[in-house]
Design a binder for this molecule. Structure first.
Ligand SMILES: NCc1[nH]cc(CCC(=O)O)c1CC(=O)O
Length: 318
């Protein structure tokens, strides 16, 4: 069978664009296996790519252009017809997609929580004054500063394996990573303690995979729909609506985490200043059908309670 070019309307070969980190490839292979099983008429392959976000490792993400760095090259590949879809950690997907792109599905959520990883200490509260904790995420940094002001927060970038190696080399007393990434890579045994949302509110979208494609490819969107998990999608939708209203990016110290119980969605969110001294946190619940509105309403609550000033001082205007 001759594979048709990605731009054509009926395809027999589906190409997934993926970053080349082990976690990204695990995610792409996971979706590849699901699609191959669902649609035997598709030959599903993976196009590995190195993104700017993977290449520049010596600067904090917030300084070099943010989350978009991990997805832009994949979008270019789709726009140029070299790939049909991209699989992302929803945490890495900017709140506003470039025109012409759509999220076709959001998969079931892996553990959304942050993980405390240490070779010497059993939990965050055991770390002595001056202990070095590695994380480059502003969200994790401000929560640590607010709750454990005696700790020293140090930058830590690179893929999951690199971060663990730096811990093992003794550069840090502990590091904070997403539990989801560790679990997906078969590294759950490295989790020393899972942090509750009260200890570290997760990032918007953390633990969920998203599938992106060209908005015009309604044929693909129709088929990808089968991978959508409505509960996970509603939670991520509420979180992203909140973050979008707050002009959220990785240059903003904010967190957002929604859960679903029956038809009731509960969304918790916070915004903090860079020192973790002022933190505005709130919670809102409502029917799951109102996911988007709950997100926007929670953002409005936070803004009216002082998040507006914090964001203005950060130079990000909501
Ligand atoms: N910012 C990097 C990133 N993007 C997604 C994950 C894995 C977890 C997920 O799927 O949300 C990670 C690693 C981490 O934060 O430790």
């Amino acid at each position: 069978m001759v594979p048709l070019a990605p731009g054509e309307n009926t395809i027999s070969e589906l190409i997934i664009a993926s970053r080349e980190s082990q976690l990204a490839l695990w995610q792409a292979r996971h979706v590849q296996a699901q699609l191959a099983a669902l649609y035997p008429d598709w030959q599903v392959s993976i196009l590995g790519m190195t993104t700017t976000g993977d290449q520049i490792l010596d600067a904090p993400l917030a300084k070099i252009g943010g989350k978009g760095l991990f997805v832009k090259e994949l979008e270019v590949a789709m726009a140029e017809g070299r790939a049909h879809i991209a699989v992302h950690s929803m945490k890495d997907v900017p709140m506003v997609l470039p025109e012409g792109f759509a999220l076709a599905a959001i998969g079931p959520r892996e553990d959304p929580r942050d993980a405390f990883v240490s070779n010497d200490y059993a939990r965050l509260s055991e770390l002595p004054a001056g202990a070095r904790v590695g994380t480059s995420s502003l969200r994790r940094q401000v929560q640590l500063k607010a709750r454990f002001p005696h700790l020293v927060i140090e930058p830590l970038r690179g893929n999951v394996q690199t971060r663990l190696r730096k811990l093992d080399e003794g550069q840090y007393a502990a590091i904070i990573l997403a539990a989801a990434g560790l679990k997906r890579l078969g590294l759950a045994h490295r989790i020393t303690a899972v942090l509750t949302p009260e200890e570290s509110l997760p990032a918007v979208g953390q633990g969920a995979l998203g599938i992106e494609c060209l908005a015009a490819r309604t044929d693909l969107i129709e088929r990808l729909e089968a991978l959508n998990d409505p509960a996970s999608a509603a939670c991520v939708q509420a979180e992203r609506a909140m973050s979008r209203r707050l002009a959220g990016s990785c240059q903003t110290p904010l967190g957002g985490y929604a859960t679903l119980s029956g038809d009731t969605l509960t969304l918790t969110g916070f915004v903090a200043d860079l020192q973790g001294q002022r933190m505005v946190q709130d919670r809102l619940l409502g029917p799951v059908a109102d996911a988007e509105r709950i997100g926007v309403a929670l953002a409005e609550n936070l803004l009216s309670r002082g998040a507006d000033r914090i964001l203005a001082e950060l130079g990000v205007l909501p």
